[in-house]
Every structure is written in C-alpha cells, then in structure tokens.
Design a protein around this ligand. Structure first.
Ligand code: TMP
Length: 216
C-alpha cells in the first residue's frame, strides 16, 4: 500500500479521556495553519463502515456478538475506510486525522477481549500492508476517571457497557502497543487540566508542521 505525501495522524485512548475535545483542538489548529486536512473516525468513515458501526455498537442485541465477529467487523470497516478515504486523501497530500485506527483493535479486541494477537497481526499485515499512522497521540488516564466522564454523555453503547476490568485491559493494551512502537506514539496524560493537554497537543502539532514545512 503506497502512502504518499500526506500526513496520517491518529488519536487513541479509552473511554472518556477527552478524544473529542482534543480532535476539535487539532481541527482548529490545522484550520488556522491553513493545512489541507480531513477528520474521520473508526469504526466508520465511509457509508458502509458507518452502517457496520451501528451493528457494532447497538446495545440491545438479542444475540451475543462473538469477539471474532467484532474483530472482523472492525477490520471490515477499516479496509473500506483505508481504500475509500485514507489513501485517496493522503495521495492528494492532505492530513488525515482519524479518531482511532488499528491500535484500537489491538487494545480493545486484543487486550479487552483477549483475542489471540496472531490473528490481529495477520489481519493487520493482510489488510493494511505497510500503512501505519505517521504519528499516534495516545490520551491516557486511569480507567475509572474516564468512565466517570463518559457516563455523563448519555446512553451507553454495547462496548461502553463493558466492565471496568475490560477497560483496564484496553488501557494496558494501548500502553503495550506504544512500547512496541515508541517512535510513532506521543503519550499525553489526560488527567491534566485541559489547558495543559492543549499545550502538549500544540507542541506536537508545531513539531510536525516544522518538519513538514511547506509540504502541507
Ligand atoms: P468511539 O466511541 O471512540 O467512537 O469508538 C467506538 C467504540 O469502538 C469504542 O468503544 C472503541 C471501539 N473500537 C474497538 O473496539 N476496536 C476498534 O478497532 C475500533 C476502531 C474501535
């Protein structure tokens, strides 16, 4: 898979760590810096993937969703997203800012659901080939704190209804994934006051813009 010119930025974290607020900040920053960018998300980002997202997150299923089904649907969404949104935007020289990407599968399905990492690695190799985010921002906070915040957002989806131990494994899954690819990740302590988180975000974005210079 050839990734040209653009910049692929992903943002990750467990529930309630402030991803949406961080994304708004990134969006404003890139707008003010006159960068050509798109903001997208997983699971989702294309009409088919958004429909699969509804199946994935619907809370009142009369049938239990098996971890295998969940994993395959996540990757089904991803492959649509990569081919119809991410690669074309990168090829056009744009920034692609994605609210979650493949690291989420390693954290949620690998860590949270105890899926054998071998299957994830096979799917990653097969469907992503060598596509990786250029940079991944991981917002990290103790799970209870995040869940407390998320509770106030309204009705919980199927995954949000999981127990605290599940999200603890997800958090550890993210941290493990970060340790395996330190250069790509930037860790932000999401328990800091919002202004501090935004200072760190700005620093990261400034650095990327300096390196990329006029490239976009
Ligand atoms: P969101 O709430 O950040 O939009 O994400 C939807 C949910 O999907 C969230 O609970 C995380 C979960 N998820 C996975 O379990 N695996 C994945 O690969 C992705 C992208 C998301």
């Amino acid at each position: 898979m050839i990734k040209e010119k653009g910049f692929f930025l992903t943002i990750e974290g467990t529930e309630g760590v402030g991803k949406s607020t961080a994304l708004k900040f990134i969006q404003n920053y890139l707008g003010q810096a006159s960068r050509d960018f798109i903001v997208t998300r997983e699971p989702g980002g294309t009409p088919i993937a958004e429909q699969i997202r509804q199946i994935l997150l619907a809370p009142c299923l009369t049938e239990e969703m098996l971890p295998e089904t969940e994993l395959l649907l996540m990757f089904a969404c991803r492959v649509q997203h990569i081919h119809h949104v991410i690669l074309p935007a990168l090829a056009a020289g744009k920034w692609v800012v994605s609210d979650r990407f493949v690291d989420a599968s390693f954290a949620y399905q690998g860590g949270g659901r105890h899926m054998d990492m071998t299957y994830l690695e096979i799917l990653e190799k097969w469907l992503l080939q060598n596509l990786r985010p250029d940079l991944t921002i991981l917002l990290d906070a103790p799970v209870e704190r995040g869940l407390e915040r998320a509770k106030h957002r309204g009705p919980q989806d199927r995954i949000e209804q999981e127990k605290i131990a599940f999200f603890e494994r997800v958090r550890q899954g993210y941290l493990k994934r970060m340790k395996e690819d330190r250069k790509r990740f930037r860790l932000i302590d999401a328990t800091q006051p919002l202004e501090m988180v935004q200072i760190e975000l700005k620093k990261i974005l400034d650095e990327i813009c300096v390196v990329r210079g006029r490239a976009g």
